[in-house]
Ligand binder design. Structure first.
Ligand code: COI
Length: 419
């Protein structure tokens, strides 16, 4: 009887719809919209506060043709993910960070925004209502797309009189068609994504429309995406259309500093924190021709076989096989001697020239997670970073981040929220 009542009243908590796994092909998820069961909606007027939101069936929404978002682009979006754990429970990754970023963006775009609690509660409710669309462990994630828009009618340019906060979700797999294989980027030096004093640092919808022209042209030439330069000097790296960028050289991981024209990515911030706190390492093989990266030594469980002492810039590799050997750049121990560096992270201006002799380049974002870059083309010159997968540093960062997100390792950072 209870089941019948729930089915008739579409009770989200206990209808069978909420508990089973949706009947779709889970093995080949890409990054396209798969409509799910419910979306969340909450409205408020200009100068007012958001109050009671509610779930409703996923579907088209009604907007006045004169809505602020349609006419003047008064809109923001967010992106976050939910993962299904082996025990069936669901994990969200840092949802309060998205809530805070939406609030900062709303301030820039003259919009009221949900409080952090309202945002996080709405995300939880939406994910639980669409639980059957969260992919099984290892098959992908549920992408959560919160929107904030001026939904009231305006004709003269002004903030809209009414706002809508909406959340919809879709199960997703890899963002790029390359999967986790390296992507190929082209540097755009004429069109720009953002300007100083503009809105490049907030997640407003117009930032993404602005990159479509360069992105379409790049894709037509076979590139995966576009890397933008700053518009003043046309020299410093900014970001890729949908993600942040990192460049690895020696023992330094560099990423463009946040200075108003770059989106403060939550994955970017998490990767920086992971790199700084987890002691990301790079093994180097020393031989006469210089220093080469030995990726084969990065396979686990290297951690249990080797450890390293660093004293006054001399690296001692301690291995269960050969005891302790001292390594130095003069190769006094021959090619079999290894040393590894602990990586440092720098947030700074990164000149485009640094791409020429980088060891690795990778992108980060909620949608792209950590994506290795296989090549970058700049003014007709192509630089390659290895076509066979992740570089040593990106591999470790990807591994720590995704295992954290999926609940496979202890969450010492307190980043995940279990539903
Ligand atoms: C995300 O990574 O969540 C984004 O918002 C990028 C989007 C273009 C897919």
């Amino acid at each position: 009887l209870c089941f019948l009542f729930c089915a008739l009243t579409k009770c989200v908590e206990c209808s069978s719809e909420a508990s089973e796994l949706a009947d779709i092909e889970w093995d080949n998820l890409g990054f396209g919209l798969l409509p799910t069961d419910y979306m969340y909606m909450m409205k408020c007027s200009q100068g007012g506060n958001f109050s009671k939101g509610e779930l409703q069936r996923f579907g088209n929404i009604e907007l006045n043709p004169s809505a602020g978002v349609l006419n003047y682009g008064q809109g923001l979006f967010e992106g976050l993910k939910a993962y299904r754990k082996e025990d069936g429970n669901i994990l969200l990754f840092r949802p309060e960070e998205n809530a805070l970023r939406m609030r900062q963006g709303a301030e820039r775009m003259c919009m009221p925004a949900p409080t952090v609690d309202q945002f996080v509660e709405a995300v939880k409710e939406t994910v639980l209502a669409n639980k059957r669309w969260v992919p099984p462990p290892g098959k992908g994630s549920l992408y959560i797309r919160p929107l904030l828009m001026g939904s009231g009618a305006v004709l003269g340019l002004a903030p809209a009189p009414e706002y809508t906060f909406l959340i919809y979700v879709s199960p997703v797999g890899n963002y790029f068609k390359e999967g986790v294989a390296p992507i190929n980027l082209i540097v755009e030096h004429e069109l720009h994504r953002a300007t100083p004093g503009g809105t490049g640092g907030v997640k407003t919808i117009g930032n993404y429309a602005a990159v479509l022209k360069a992105q379409s042209a790049a894709k037509a030439k076979g590139y995966s995406d576009v890397l933008y330069l700053d518009c003043v000097h046309k020299k410093y790296l900014e970001e890729v259309s949908s993600c942040n960028i990192f460049v690895v050289k020696g023992n330094v991981i560099s990423t463009p500093a946040i200075k108003g024209t770059i989106l403060p990515g939550i994955t970017r911030k998490s990767i920086i924190d992971v790199a700084r706190s987890q002691g990301i390492q790079k093994f180097l093989d020393i031989n006469d021709s210089g220093i080469k990266i030995r990726k084969d030594f990065l396979q686990e469980p290297y951690g249990s076989k080797f450890s390293c002492l660093i004293m006054e810039n001399v690296y001692y590799l301690v291995s269960t096989a050969c005891g302790c050997c001292r390594a130095n750049v003069n190769n006094s121990f021959g090619v079999s001697c290894l040393m590894f560096f602990l990586m440092k992270v720098e947030e700074r201006f990164v000149p485009v020239d640094e791409l020429l002799d980088a060891d690795e380049v990778f992108c980060t974002g909620t949608a792209v997670v950590v994506s290795p870059v296989g090549s970058i083309t700049y003014k007709g010159k192509r630089v390659s970073y290895g076509v066979d997968g992740f570089g040593a540093v990106a591999q470790q960062l990807y591994s720590v981040l995704t295992r954290l997100q999926m609940g496979l390792i202890d969450d010492k950072m307190n980043w995940t929220v279990e539903l």
